[in-house]
Design a protein around this ligand. Structure first.
Ligand SMILES: Cc1cc2nc3c(=O)[nH]c(=O)nc-3n(C[C@H](O)[C@H](O)[C@H](O)COP(=O)(O)OP(=O)(O)OC[C@H]3O[C@@H](n4cnc5c(N)ncnc54)[C@H](O)[C@@H]3O)c2cc1C
Length: 463
């Protein structure tokens, strides 16, 4: 599908390694500005990058379908259909992503794995073919991969999965053990419990969502528990053993050794940098202790005219951050060079649980630690009379919590746990970025019946 050349050499204005969100967007912009651009991608199944192929989009298709499963639905059949829908939609997006770059005359798409052989020089190997590319500017956009913990027996394959492989698990597992209670682990736990698995999460933390305020974390933990997820806290997994009918996970909790069996085990203990085999040292590109490429606020690496965008630079691992990295790079390469990572503010995130958990800014605890004159407005979603949307949709669970600076009336942060919170959080983030006060946000006109209306009521109880 993608152009490949045998033993050829190309020189381009911009070389993008990896078809990630930031890199592909920048490649398009630069090509439209008349630059010669090469994009190297190691896998035809990854055209368009992680987000559309193995991460955000496919998982959210599965989350959506899991939430819509009804009592009478046959679990195996229903899951297989959801996976089919996932594959169809991601396939269409992959095709669209391919044309978005392929249709531009000055873009050279190269299929193969890149490794540095010198300063702004890479060798690309795709099967038997090789190609050397040199460039005036290089952007490394190779993403991240699942971190495999140094636990006895924790090797991918058989019944041991990472987040990518679990999306195609077959047959559907009656029992799923998730090692790690971070956002990926909890999203899969929530998704699989709705599809019909008996899910247990083993997590090291003292409580779920340790970086959230206790009241918010408690609401989320209760929703997960009500939906059937068991979370074992302060659990240290010591071994994973695969077997013909089941896998067994051994863990320690409260000084006791325990085991749990499951048809599938998900390893979800963070992400490692996608730099393996890139030979960064040949190009003078430095990494941090965790292996992520070190960059300054303009995303410059230690090597001249080499930048790193997206997960691989160790910043927040979200598609929209990779997209924003692209804005910084476009400004460096075509604009005034003013945009930096430091001018980002109020960056929100969402965990797509049921209901979703969306956050921006400071938690109450963090705001207190930072010495603010903290005021708080919080209400359980079910008690917010002015926002019936969640009740209409049959899931009134959750909480809406605002943290406000008592001196300036500025919003310091918000935690929204309710249906559509992934949308509402963007309004709050925009307000924060533009210094809209809590009072102004309270007194704004919102459509009805929407989840956003909760702001009218909750910001009215700030004290
Ligand atoms: C399960 C899961 C769910 C997620 N859900 C969300 C979500 O809902 N919302 C959100 O914002 N973020 C989500 N993320 C995070 C998001 O997917 C990443 O932050 C984002 O995709 C990173 O994009 P990127 O630009 O860094 O590169 P990527 O999109 O990861 O692209 C890197 C590309 O480089 C290629 N590559 C690697 N090495 C080489 C090489 N040597 N030569 C050639 N090509 C190479 C890879 O094949 C890959 O296609 C999720 C992540 C996971 C794992």
């Amino acid at each position: 599908m993608v152009e490949n050349t045998v033993d050829q050499h190309e020189h381009v204005d911009l070389l993008v390694i990896g078809w990630g969100k930031g890199g592909k967007t920048l490649a398009g912009t630069m090509a439209r500005a008349g630059k010669r651009v090469a994009v190297v991608e190691q896998s035809d199944a990854m055209i368009g990058g992680s987000c559309i192929n193995i991460a955000c989009i496919p998982t959210k298709i599965l989350v959506h379908d899991a939430e819509n499963k009804r009592d009478g639905d046959d679990t195996d059949e229903y899951f297989a259909k959801a996976v089919e829908r996932r594959d169809t939609l991601t396939g269409a997006m992959r095709k669209k992503n391919f044309s978005m770059l392929n249709d531009l005359d000055s873009v050279l798409l190269v299929s193969g794995r890149a490794e540095f052989t010198g300063e702004r020089e890479v060798l690309v190997t795709g099967g038997e073919d090789t190609m050397t590319i040199t460039a005036d500017t290089v952007v490394v956009n190779t993403g991240s991969i699942a971190n495999i913990p140094p636990i006895d027996g924790a090797t991918l394959g058989g019944r041991i999965y990472d987040s990518e492989a679990l999306q195609h698990v077959s047959p559907f597992p009656k029992r799923l053990v998730v090692v790690g209670g971070g956002y990926i682990g909890l999203e899969f736990a929530s998704m699989f419990t709705h599809f019909g698995s008996q899910v247990t999460v083993l997590d090291r933390g003292e409580r779920p969502l340790a970086s959230e305020d206790a009241d918010v974390a408690e609401v989320v933990a209760k929703a997960l528990a009500d939906d059937g997820v068991t979370i074992v806290n302060e659990a240290s997994v010591t071994a994973v053993a695969d077997g013909p009918d089941k896998a067994t996970v051994t863990y320690e909790v409260g000084g006791e050794e325990k085991t749990i069996d499951a048809e599938a085990v998900l390893l979800a203990v963070g992400r490692a940098s996608g730099t393996e085999g890139l030979n960064l040292d040949k190009a003078g590109i430095e990494t941090d202790k965790r292996g992520f490429i070190t960059v300054d606020e303009h995303l410059r690496t230690s090597a001249e005219d080499v930048f790193a965008a997206g997960d691989v630079n160790g910043g927040p691992m979200f598609t929209y951050i990779s997209l924003d990295d692209n804005r910084i790079l476009a400004d460096q390469l075509l604009g005034e060079g003013k945009r930096t990572t430091e001018d980002r503010s109020a960056v929100p995130f969402t965990m797509f649980l049921t209901p979703p958990v969306a956050r921006v800014g400071l938690s109450e605890d963090a705001a207190r630690e930072q010495g603010y004159d903290v005021m708080v407005g919080a209400k359980a979603m079910a008690d917010i009379a002015a926002a019936p949307r969640a009740k209409i949709e049959g899931d009134p669970r959750g909480i809406v919590k605002f943290v406000v600076d008592g001196k300036t009336d500025r919003i310091l942060g918000a935690a929204l746990v309710h249906v559509h919170s992934q949308e509402v959080i963007n309004t709050v983030a925009l307000a924060m970025r533009h210094d809209v006060t809590a009072t102004e946000l309270r007194d704004t006109i919102y459509t009805h019946p929407s989840a956003t209306e909760a702001l009218n009521e909750v910001l009215g109880v700030v004290k």
